[in-house]
Design a protein around this ligand. Structure first.
Ligand code: ATP
Ligand code: MG
Length: 601
């Protein structure tokens, strides 16, 4: 119980830090809510003087002087009070309305801003997280952190907060009125109060637990939908509709189930609280018949207390209702904060440089992916001097792309050995400085939902001219097809470039790398989707590009790497053969064998 409270209070404290910059707004909102609650309380508080002095026998006191009141049909009506009442009613409702507007506006503003800030933070945090984290997490969950979870916080901090502040104030004010008019009659609350507290805290715990389950169920719904849409073509081609429908039904049903659990807890808690409350009401009605109390209590007092209790019912009902929403918000806050607390990519290196020469060395590198036992690379040792090209060949899964990933520090630390660039360990570089030295064409081409020109100039540091883009596109042999498109470089490529062919996508990725003009170039199967003719044409551009640049070229098609200064044959994470093309062919080993298979004898 205490740990839960600690957790809640730390979540709260952290939430408040988001509100600090909106202090003025916050105070205004609280003032509005306070006024609203107090106006309601004042209505009830006026019941007693209205009944006792307006209609009752007690002489009215006006300006400190007792006045005689003329009687009308048995009542002693006080004209002043009776006349003032309508004006007071209108005035109070107007005040209440203004307070309502001010508080609703302020709270909505704060919650909208809070949610925007939080979404932005989560989004930006994803960009700082290590590749291994994103590899491991379910993308649906990651997306629903931004869309669904933050929405829950918005609801809790919006409508729920309004109700919690306003209704709590009303309840407290009503209690004050009750105790003020007759503490004896009001004592019953002391027994009922804690009982309600227990129910509320038990239910709240349940709400939070179920809310967490709803969040992960929502993650499942998002993930399954995303996967189906991404793989739509394959689903249709393989007739996987039923598999997808079943998969979705499962997560969809589980989501419904969790929501029902929440609804049931909510539906039970509300009447239970009401029944407990009715005991208090019943007690007051009963106690009023006690002779000892009867003498103390005027009709007005009794009516005021009864009125206060009745007036408390609705706020209490509201509170139990929004409690579910509120707990959902707390649960969502917990997950969002947990995410924000995950460690970003380690970036402790301080070495910065504008442009390295490009002497790259792998010193006996052994590396295992997180949570795997078998190393993906063992004792990889090679050196590429400035401006030279090293080629990596080998079977699928042998570890070629892994070598490229290590170069850009996508995975933390190697377990043995070191990688140096210009004789400085790459782990001593500042991350941005290191990545600025590398232009990467990865095996899976990623294009952004934007124009071809913007994809080529993607994240280009500084201004880029149209001529530079055209030049890069020409070198990548992409201008040839871009020119045939109706809008040329300004053609939208669709999500991940779906509107282009595989080879066209690759050429845009190559153009992007060409434009980047970095001292180290990594081409991972960069031309695998091209026909021989286009490949030949690109090769020419690449040769130009490789000139003066340190390059790592990974290829299955050996024709692309014949001219490399050194070729490494990788098998199961180790270098099994090395040398120039001529050396290796003469050696008549694995490479020579591969070469013969590709080109015939
Ligand atoms: P291909 O020619 O098919 O692209 P490759 O030589 O590039 O293959 P890698 O992608 O480097 O192969 O993979 C080497 C090994 O590491 C494989 O056995 C693979 O299962 C494993 N591996 C790759 N990526 C990860 C990852 N993110 N987490 C865990 N293991 C991985
Ligand atoms: Mg690969």
């Amino acid at each position: 119980m205490t740990t839960i409270n600690n957790e809640m209070s730390s979540v709260f404290k952290r939430l408040l830090t988001y509100l600090i910059p909106m202090k003025g707004m916050f105070l205004l909102a609280v003032a509005g809510l306070l006024t609203y609650g107090l106006v309601d309380a004042a209505f009830i508080a006026f019941i007693k003087p209205f009944i006792d002095e307006g209609f009752g026998q007690a002489p009215a006191v006006v300006g400190g002087v007792e006045v005689d009141v003329p009687t009308h049909g048995g009542f002693n009506a006080n004209k002043d009070i009776m006349l003032m009442a309508p004006l007071v009613v209108i005035g109070m409702f107007t005040l209440r309305g203004i307070a309502n507007f001010v508080s609703t506006y302020c709270v909505s503003y704060m919650s909208a801003k809070l949610i925007m800030d939080m979404r932005q933070q989560v989004f930006e945090h994803y960009l700082r997280l290590p590749v291994s984290y994103i590899d491991r997490e379910n993308s649906g969950n990651l997306i629903s952190r931004v869309t669904f979870d933050t929405e829950q916080i918005a609801r809790a901090s919006g409508s729920a907060l309004i109700s919690i502040v306003r209704d709590s104030i009303t309840v407290i004010a009503m209690l004050a009125i009750m105790f003020f008019y007759s503490w004896k009659l009001s004592l019953c609350i002391l027994v009922i109060g804690p009982l309600m507290g227990v129910v509320i805290s038990v239910v709240s715990k349940r709400f939070r637990k179920v809310s967490k389950q709803i969040q992960s169920a929502m993650g499942g719904v998002t993930a399954t939908t995303e996967q189906m849409i991404k793989g739509h073509k394959n689903v249709l081609a393989f007739g996987g509709q039923k598999t997808e429908v079943d998969r979705f039904f499962k997560v969809n049903d589980s989501n419904r189930h969790q929501n029902m659990k929440l609804a049931v807890a909510q539906a039970i808690s509300q009447p239970v609280i009401m029944v407990i409350g009715s005991f208090a009401l019943a007690f007051v009605l009963y106690a009023a018949t006690f002779p000892a109390l009867k003498d103390d209590i005027t009709a007005g007092t009794f009516a005021a207390i009864l009125g206060a209790m009745m007036a408390m019912l609705q706020p209490i009902k509201n509170l139990t209702r929004v409690n579910a929403e509120f707990q959902r918000g707390i649960a969502a806050c917990t997950t969002v904060f947990e995410l924000l607390d995950t460690a970003p990519e380690s970036d402790t290196g301080e070495f910065e440089t504008k442009r390295v020469k490009g002497n790259l060395k792998f010193n006996n590198v052994t590396f295992s992916y997180p949570d795997t036992e078998k190393p993906a690379l063992t004792n990889i040792d090679f050196e590429v001097k400035q401006g030279k090209t090293i080629a990596l060949v080998g079977r699928s899964g042998s570890g070629k792309s892994t070598i490229a990933s290590l170069m850009t520090r996508f995975y933390t630390g190697v377990s043995e050995g070191d990688i140096t660039l210009d004789d400085v360990s790459i782990y001593d570089y500042k991350l941005t400085s290191l990545r600025n030295q590398v232009a990467l064409v990865s095996q899976q081409v990623t294009l952004f939902n934007d124009t071809i020109a913007n994809n080529i100039a993607y994240a280009y540091p500084g201004e880029v001219t149209r001529e530079q883009i055209v030049k890069a596109a020409e070198l990548a042999y992409a201008m040839e097809f871009i020119e045939t498109l109706p809008e040329g470089l300004d053609t939208e490529v669709g999500e991940n470039g779906v509107l282009l062919s595989g080879g066209q996508r690759q050429r845009i990725a190559i153009a992007r790398a060409m434009l980047r003009d970095a001292p180290v170039l990594i081409l991972d199967e960069a031309t695998s989707a091209l026909d021989t003719e286009s490949e030949k044409a690109i090769q020419h551009g690449l040769d130009n590009l490789r000139h003066n640049r340190t390059s790592i070229v990974i290829a299955h098609r050996l024709s692309t790497i014949e001219s490399a200064d050194e070729i490494l044959v990788i098998d199961q994470g180790s270098v099994v053969e090395r040398g120039t093309h001529t050396d290796l062919v003469a050696k008549e080993g694995i490479y020579a064998n591969l070469y013969q298979m590709q080109f015939g004898n």
